[in-house]
Design a protein around this ligand. Structure first.
Ligand code: COA
Length: 372
C-alpha cells in the first residue's frame, strides 16, 4: 500500500464581506416592507408577522460575526434578498469552476506540482451549479490537468469523503496525485428571507493536494487513516431538483432553498460526531487525548466547543481547535479545510491532528494526519 501525504492547500476567499450588522439591517428593512405589504392579511390573521433578526442573537447562537460572498448588493437589497449573478455563456467558465481553479492553483504552487501531473480532480461540494457535465471535468480542463475528474456531493462532509476517496485510490496505486476541491456557493441556495437561517452561510473554495509519498516534493502531513459514516435524516434538506417541472412546482417555495431544524441538528449530530471520532481513534489504536489539533466543521462555535471537550477530555486551548466561522460563517464542506489550511503552523514532526466534517445526510467524515 502506498503512503499518502498532503502537500498543498488553497483557500479562495470571495471579494465581499457582510458583517452581522449589515445583514441584520437589510433583513429588518425587508421585514418592514413585508409586514407593510401584508398588513391586511396580518390584521385578518391569515399571514404571520415577520420578526426582526438581531446581531446579538446571531453571535450568541452561532459564533458567526461575518461572512464572505461572491456578490453582495442583491443579498442586501431588501426588495430582492438573493445574490445577483449574471448568467454565463456555455463558453465561459462557470462561477464555481472559477473559484475552485483559484484554490487549486494555490495548492499546486505549494506542492510544486504542475496541473498536467494531476491524475484525479474531485469537485466535492454541497451543490453543483448545473446538473452536468461535471464541474470537476470543467475544472480539469481550465487547469490543464491530466487523468480524470468527477463530482461528489455529501453536503457539509464532502471534503473528508473526497479525501478518503482520493486517499484510497492513491493507496491502491491507481493514481499518484489528486486535488480535492470544495467550491461552495451557499449564497445561491440560502433563504436570506428566513431569520432562522439567513446568517448561517458564506461562500468560499478550498483545495487539498494529496500525493503518493514517493512523488511528493513538499509533503507536510501524512494521512494515517480516514473514516466516513452516514445516517439518514431530513433535518437538513433542500427539495430543489430536476423533477420540479414534472411536479408542477416551479413557483417560489421555501423548501426549494436550504432548510434545517437547527435545534434537532445540534442535538443529534453532536453525539454522532463525538462517538464517530472516539471510535475512529480507538480502532486505529490512537489516543484521542494525544491529538495536537482538531480542524472541525465550522457550523457553530458551541458545537465545536462541545466536541473538542468530549474528544480531549478537557477544554481545548483555542489553538488546539481553531475556528474560522467567526469570519467565514458556515462554508459547508470547506469549513474544516479552511481551518486546516490557515491553522497548521506550530505543529512539530510526529504531532497528530484530526480533520472532521459533519452535516446533512447526516454525514460525518474524519481524517487523522501526522505532521511531517
Ligand atoms: N434573530 C433573533 N432571534 C432569532 C433569530 C434571529 N436571526 N432566529 C431565531 N430566533 C429566535 C427563535 O425564533 C427562537 O425564539 P423562541 O425561543 O421564542 O421560539 C429563539 O431565537 C431560538 O431559536 P433557535 O432556532 O432554537 O436557536 P438556536 O439556539 O438553536 O440557534 C442555530 C440556531 C441554527 C444557530 C443552531 O441551532 C445551530 O447552529 N444548529 C446546528 C446547525 C448545523 O450544524 N447545521 C449543519 C450544517 S449545515
Amino acid at each position: 500500500m502506498k503512503e499518502v501525504v498532503i502537500s498543498g492547500t488553497g483557500v479562495f476567499t470571495p471579494p465581499y464581506a457582510i458583517s452581522n450588522d449589515e445583514l441584520v439591517a437589510s433583513f429588518n428593512a425587508y421585514v418592514d416592507l413585508y409586514n407593510a405589504e401584508h398588513a391586511d392579511e396580518i390584521a385578518a390573521g391569515t399571514v404571520e408577522t415577520k420578526s426582526y433578526s438581531s446581531s446579538e442573537f446571531i453571535f450568541a447562537a452561532s459564533g458567526i460575526e461575518s461572512r464572505y460572498v461572491m456578490e453582495k448588493e442583491g443579498i442586501l437589497d431588501p426588495t430582492r434578498m438573493c445574490p445577483r449573478y449574471a448568467p454565463r455563456l456555455d463558453e465561459e467558465p462557470s462561477l464555481m469552476a472559477e473559484m475552485a481553479v483559484d484554490a487549486a492553483g494555490q495548492a499546486l504552487a505549494m506542492g510544486g506540482v504542475e496541473a498536467k501531473d494531476i491524475d484525479l480532480i474531485l469537485c466535492a461540494a454541497s451543490n453543483m451549479e448545473r446538473a452536468y457535465p461535471a464541474m470537476a471535468v470543467e475544472i480539469q480542463a481550465l487547469l490543464g490537468a491530466g487523468g480524470f475528474a468527477f463530482d461528489m456531493n455529501v453536503a457539509c462532509s464532502s471534503a473528508t469523503f473526497g479525501i478518503q476517496t482520493a486517499v484510497d485510490m492513491i493507496r491502491a496505486g491507481s493514481i499518484k496525485r489528486a486535488l480535492v476541491l470544495c467550491p461552495e456557493l451557499p449564497s445561491g441556495h440560502l433563504e436570506w428571507r428566513d431569520r432562522d437561517c439567513h446568517f448561517i452561510f458564506g461562500d468560499v473554495a478550498t483545495a487539498v493536494l494529496l500525493e503518493s509519498s514517493d512523488v511528493a516534493e513538499t509533503p507536510q502531513f501524512k494521512v494515517l487513516s480516514t473514516r466516513c459514516a452516514t445516517q439518514f435524516s431530513n433535518n437538513i434538506r433542500n427539495n430543489n431538483g430536476f423533477l420540479r417541472r414534472a411536479h408542477d412546482q416551479m413557483e417560489d417555495r421555501r423548501d426549494m432553498q436550504f432548510m434545517q431544524n437547527g435545534r434537532k441538528v445540534f442535538k443529534e449530530v453532536l453525539p454522532l460526531v463525538s462517538h464517530h471520532i472516539a471510535q475512529h481513534m480507538e480502532e486505529e489504536g490512537q489516543d484521542p487525548t494525544g491529538l495536537k489539533r482538531m480542524w472541525l466543521h465550522q457550523a457553530n462555535k458551541s458545537m465545536n466547543d462541545y466536541i473538542g471537550k468530549k474528544v480531549l477530555g478537557r477544554v481545548p486551548e483555542p489553538e488546539e481547535q481553531p475556528n474560522i466561522l467567526q469570519d467565514y460563517a458556515n462554508t459547508s464542506s470547506a469549513g474544516s479545510i479552511i481551518a486546516f489550511a490557515q491553522h497548521h503552523d506550530g505543529m512539530s514532526a510526529g504531532d497528530l491532528g484530526l480533520i472532521c466534517s459533519f452535516g446533512a445526510g447526516y454525514s460525518v467524515g474524519s481524517v487523522v494526519v501526522e505532521k511531517l
